[in-house]
Design a protein around this ligand. Structure first.
Ligand code: ATP
Ligand code: MG
Length: 340
């Protein structure tokens, strides 16, 4: 493994218990993240993006279990690698990592804030715990962070309750709270989905600025490849709990190989397309249920390039097609042996 890796996820498999049977929700996930790098996890609803992110924080819902694999956190603060999968999810060690070293912006904007306390008090609480700061210092940090994320009049907002803020401002306050403990890794689960497009663009450029300024790594979860182009260094495309294509963002977006990635890109609105009056192409059909997984490639039921007796028989594994690019598709396999 690379020396400056911050996070390594190896062969991660997370299962749900269903009537005594263990069904995989995400499987064979391999990801690495270096210090200061931005990785985007992309895919349609239900493909396992949030579950993967939650497992890094050991915040999986009760029904879900990490069955195999390892998540290694190379803690810059503690100066040693920690096997996150080996920790007690309610123990002291993971609680120390959460918030102090890894912060998360949750998909549900309201779930990060309690409605009962002011924005300021909630940020101050994080600062006081993680920076061991007094009340006055914590308040100053809270105001500074709110200012830093572009909230006008932070001295007033610090006294406000979450419901008094607009959606965009609440999202910014959430980012301020997550950043206030100076994490080495920020996990942002669809941080812009609930926002209108102009605010979305502002929040994305803000995240880019903050990443540069604070030097933290980011796992950015989205279903929008347009957003990926703006923020990510590298990208992993997920489908039905598996990574089907991954690599350096530029390479994946300019030279997509998996029919699913190609379809996702065709579904992204672009100005040029509007001028040409070229219609967006929605992806045919729906993501199959986890309980009704197709035989063969997970994308076989929606793919327009199915190779008969091949894609509907076996599941292609992720193969390296260049230094910056991996894909799991029989159309592009390199070293895969054809099963008899
Ligand atoms: N607590 C749970 N119990 C059972 N199944 C669950 C639970 N949480 C998630 N799942 C299942 O795991 C799969 C992946 O869910 P996940 O929330 O990771 O999807 P996602 O990619 O984040 O989707 P979205 O874009 O809608 O947020 C889904 O099929 C979901 O139904
Ligand atoms: Mg999600």
């Amino acid at each position: 493994m690379g020396q400056d890796n911050l996070l390594e996820i190896e062969n991660l498999r997370i299962c749900v218990d269903s009537d005594g049977e263990s069904l995989p929700i995400v499987d064979n996930i391999n990801l690495t993240l270096k210090v200061g790098e931005i990785l985007a996890l992309v895919g349609e609803s239900g493909c396992g993006k949030s579950v993967t992110a939650q497992s890094i924080m050991r915040l999986l819902p009760k029904m879900l279990k990490i069955e195999t694999g390892q998540i290694t956190w190379h803690s810059p603060k503690q100066g040693k690698p920690i096997d996150i999968t080996g920790l007690d999810p309610r123990g002291k060690e993971i609680r120390h990592i959460r918030g102090d070293e890894i912060a998360m912006i949750f998909q549900e904007p309201m779930s990060s804030f309690s409605p009962l306390h002011t924005i300021g008090n909630q940020i101050m609480e994080v600062v006081r715990i993680h920076r061991n700061a007094g009340k006055k210092e914590a308040r100053a940090v809270a105001v500074e962070m709110l200012d830093r994320v572009g909230i006008p009049d932070p001295n007033r907002v610090v006294e406000q309750y979450p419901h008094e803020l607009s959606g965009g401002m609440r999202q910014r306050a959430m980012i301020a709270k997550a950043l206030s403990c100076d994490p080495a890794l920020l996990i942002a689960d669809e941080p812009t989905t609930a926002l209108d497009v102009t605010i979305q663009a502002q929040v994305l450029s803000l995240m880019n600025d903050l990443q540069r300024e604070f030097g933290m790594a980011i796992v950015f979860i989205t279903h929008d490849l347009g957003v990926v182009a703006q923020v990510a260094d590298k990208v992993a495309i997920m489908y039905l709990g598996k990574i089907v294509e991954q690599g350096v963002t530029r390479e994946i977006l300019l030279n997509p190989k998996h029919p699913y990635t190609v379809n996702l890109l065709e579904a992204v609105p672009r100005l040029g397309r509007i001028e040409d009056r070229q219609a967006l192409v929605p992806i045919q059909g729906n993501v199959p249920s986890l309980f009704d997984r197709p035989i063969g490639c997970p994308f076989v039921t929606r793919c327009s390039k199915v190779i008969a007796d091949r894609c509907d028989v076996s599941n292609p594994s992720l193969s390296t097609i260049s230094k910056d690019h991996k894909v799991a598709c029989f159309l592009h396999e390199t070293t895969e042996r054809i099963p008899a």
